[in-house]
Write a new protein. Sequence first.
Length: 314
Amino acid sequence: MRTPLGQRVSGLCALLLALPARAGLYWLTIAGLGGEPDYEQRFSTEAAEIDKLLKAGGADVHVSTLTGAEATRARLTQLLAEVARAAKPEDEFVLLLIGHGSFDGVTYKFNLPGPDISAPELAALCNAVPAGGQLIINTTSASGGSIAALQRRGRGVIAATKSGTEKNATVFARYWVEALQDPAADVDKSDSISALEAFEYAARKTAAFYTSEKRLATEHAVFEDTGKGAAVRAPAPDGAEGRLLASLTLRRFGDAQNPVPDPVERDLLARKEKLQQQIDGLKYQKAAIPEEQYATQLKSLLLQLARTQAALEK
């Protein structure tokens, strides 16, 4: 029997879009310690956007988000334990880390209010989740240092940096959020965005950001989804690397979720991106600007960004 959705879409695409009710998606977003007001605002805003977007995805999408003072190691551990109890083997699980990370040459740690959590500790918690398809998106600085500990068969791992030695703050999270909002990320026109499509969109936008700012890129996004071997920056020609990411659907577009923003929203999104780029540029020049002048300019930009975000949320 054909569903209403199946009547609107033909062929295999219609069949795939009609099936997702069989399994659930458990998505946990953690916005870690910012350390500075602009980072705190950026991280919490990105997490809030993802939370809002996913919660409109239907009853089979289970979303949990931790930001600010609540994003502690204890709460993260608690929520992952809850997912482990609730998820089933046929479900999918996504963990998104936003914030700062550190790497001492051996162990990666995700920076949280209070005690940090290491990549091996995160891996142990995620290993307890029975969901058959898993994805960890680590958008933090030094995130490349977490891949070896997090990788496992049946799990894709995305990192904003190619190694633990790329330690500057990243912009990859911004474009990851944008990838799930922009219909242009749907390259195969399937009315859905896969993890691979989102990765390629965010990696491309990140590279373009550094080019437009005339700055040396300090982050190079990579992924690993075979459970073994080194991370890569693009799918393998033989189809090995990239196959799992291509199979994980993160966002579906339906009649109730028009992916094309209206002109006002489009203008606000463009203004938001410009303000974020101005904040990044200001931080890059911090050492050459008098402290009082830097603080004044930063406060003004953050206020404009907050107002723009508030307008988007109306």
